[in-house]
Ligand binder design. Structure first.
Ligand SMILES: [Mg+2]
Length: 302
């Protein structure tokens, strides 16, 4: 049981009678946790900023805050500590709402006894641990779902999300938006002649080389296989052309190890007024195709 693991309970309660009753119940249950009592939400929040606490017992109607916002303000200030809301009989509905908004549990004051309180605290702590662990896992999955596993740059899913945001921004402010699409030349030969391990190494090196030579807000994506895109906000076709030419040279001059040389072909375009995403991307793809058919290791713009 959690008796050993509960060190500090923060009781935020402005009614001295209720506060005394709760402390008494805890004592009777042999709870040895330190109970810190404050009467105002602001005092509770500032206590949490300086001290650790295992669980919070919260009366929602306080001199400086009332209703559900008491709970949400506390949760915003300190999202990591489980909260048990204390309600009166007449506002039990608030308790249910508080749980929906992130409290671990609610107790109706007139129904509380020591055993109920102790058990509620135990489950609140356990549920909060689970909730935090789940959130961490979910954050990790969400990140992984948008990052290319091999190169660590964005994948197409992330590209699509960011492209949508950049399109809206470009349209709202009338700013330029350019796109480079490039593809490694004869990449299949690298895999066939050397190995797939070498192929993976080349992809990682290209990703690093390009990452180091674009601006922080340029959006670099592994489009798929050996194909990449760079979305360049606030840049027109001519500016993108200069960047593409720089990237092409860097790639051509780079030693990928064991004397291996790899080149890439580049297609460049700029967003036109009122065109669809498909047309915008399609034109970059056409430009890339032109670079391939015109002999590779070159940049074409459309
Ligand atoms: Mg009160």
């Amino acid at each position: 049981m959690s008796k050993q693991s509960l060190h500090t309970i923060l009781l935020i309660e402005d009614d001295p009678g209720d506060a005394a009753l709760i402390r008494e119940m805890l004592e009777q249950q042999g709870c040895r946790a330190r109970v810190v009592t404050v009467e105002r939400l602001s005092a509770g929040i500032s206590h949490l900023q300086q001290h650790c606490c295992d669980v919070i017992l919260l009366d929602m109607n306080l001199p400086d805050s009332s209703g559900l916002s008491t709970m949400t303000r506390l949760l915003d200030a300190e999202p990591g500590v489980p909260i048990i809301v204390l309600t009166g009989l007449s506002d039990e509905g608030f308790g249910v709402e508080a749980v929906k908004l992130g409290a671990q549990d609610y107790l109706v004051k007139s129904d509380i006894d020591g055993r109920v309180l102790k058990r509620a605290m135990f489950y609140a702590v356990e549920r909060k641990k689970l909730e935090l662990a789940l959130k961490q896992t979910r954050d990790l999955f969400e990140r992984q779902a948008r990052i290319d596993y091999l190169t660590g740059i964005y994948n197409r899913l992330m590209f699509n999300e960011l492209l949508e945001a950049e399109l809206q921004r470009a349209r709202r402010y009338g700013s330029d938006l350019a796109l480079i699409m490039f593809d490694l030349d004869h990449f299949k030969q690298v895999n066939d002649t050397y190995s797939h391990t070498m192929g993976d190494h080349v992809l990682k090196e290209v990703a690093q080389l390009v990452s180091e030579n674009i601006r922080a807000h340029d959006i670099f994506t592994r489009w798929g296989g050996e194909e990449f895109t760079v979305l360049i906000p606030k840049s027109n076709r001519d500016q993108a052309l200069i960047l593409a030419e720089k990237l092409r040279q860097l790639c051509e001059e780079h030693d990928f190890g064991d004397g291996l040389k790899v080149t890439a072909s580049f297609g460049v375009t700029q967003l036109r007024t009122d065109e669809t995403v498909e047309l915008f991307i399609g034109r970059a793809d056409q430009a890339l195709y032109r670079a391939k058919s015109n002999g590779r290791n070159r940049v074409e713009a459309l």
